[in-house]
Design a protein around this ligand. Structure first.
Ligand SMILES: N[C@@H](CCC(=O)N[C@@H](CS)C(=O)NCC(=O)O)C(=O)O
Length: 221
């Protein structure tokens, strides 16, 4: 089986699949595209116009959660629970992780302060729900126990970006359990190594290019 991951270098959703592929030790090729100038063939393989896309031989998969479930069912140790009820809950938290990523992106890209603040509040609400869930069922050390799960691979890229921001958009003191889990996750070698080369320079460059209120306010000129 030949796997080709269509990627945009800084995309956190792509990174979810990179972590899953590497954790499972599955070989794959990567094709990078520019989202603001995609190659002509991209529209033909990505119905939603988004990355990640995974080509499995000649078959195309899209949506990070779907790609990760395919990888999970096809290779190595399972990263979702066997129990249908627990598995459904995990899927819900993965979806919530996507909402949190979009709220983060909205916070750092909104053109004006009001829009940025609204998205930041949305992020705080989402992470507050997560805090209450984790306080009931503390990660030990990962979301679902001893083994890295697809919930961990879904949230890790969000935490890496939140920690990389020059000024925090999250009140970590209000989120002690989320914070402990996040700090543990970003230290996992397969998570750390999934960041694209040059991330520390590229991420602020992307912020600056978006030229939102957050970048104008918090990035040194
Ligand atoms: N729900 C999608 C979200 C993927 C996504 O938003 N990817 C961004 C890049 S990080 C993208 O391709 N954006 C292009 C666009 O929205 O036109 C997933 O989980 O795969």
């Amino acid at each position: 089986m030949q796997l080709e991951l269509i990627s945009f270098k800084l995309c956190p959703f792509v990174q979810r699949s990179v972590i899953t592929l590497r954790h499972k030790g599955v070989p794959f090729d990567t094709t990078f595209i520019q989202l603001d100038d995609p190659p002509p063939w991209f529209a033909g393989v990505s119905p939603l116009g988004k990355v990640p896309v995974l080509k499995v031989d000649e078959t195309v998969l899209f949506e990070s959660a779907v790609i990760n479930e395919f990888l999970d069912e096809s290779f190595g140790e399972r990263m979702l629970a066997d129990d249908p009820l627990e598995r459904a809950q995990q899927r819900g938290w993965i979806e919530m992780g996507s909402a949190a990523l979009f709220a983060m992106f909205g916070t750092i890209s909104a053109p004006e302060e009001a829009g940025s603040t609204a998205k930041r509040n949305e992020l705080a609400t989402l992470l507050g729900h997560l805090e209450r869930q984790l306080a009931k069922a503390p990660p030990a050390p990962f979301f679902s126990g001893e083994a890295l799960s697809l919930v961990d691979t879904s949230f890790a890229p969000l935490f890496q970006r939140l920690f990389a921001l020059p000024t925090s958009i999250v009140d970590w003191d209000a989120l002690p359990t989320v914070r402990a889990w996040a700090e543990r996750l970003v230290d996992v070698p397969v998570v750390r190594d999934s960041l694209p080369d040059g991330f520390d320079e590229l991420f602020p460059m992307m912020l600056r290019k978006m030229n939102g209120w957050y970048a104008r306010e918090h990035l040194a000129a």
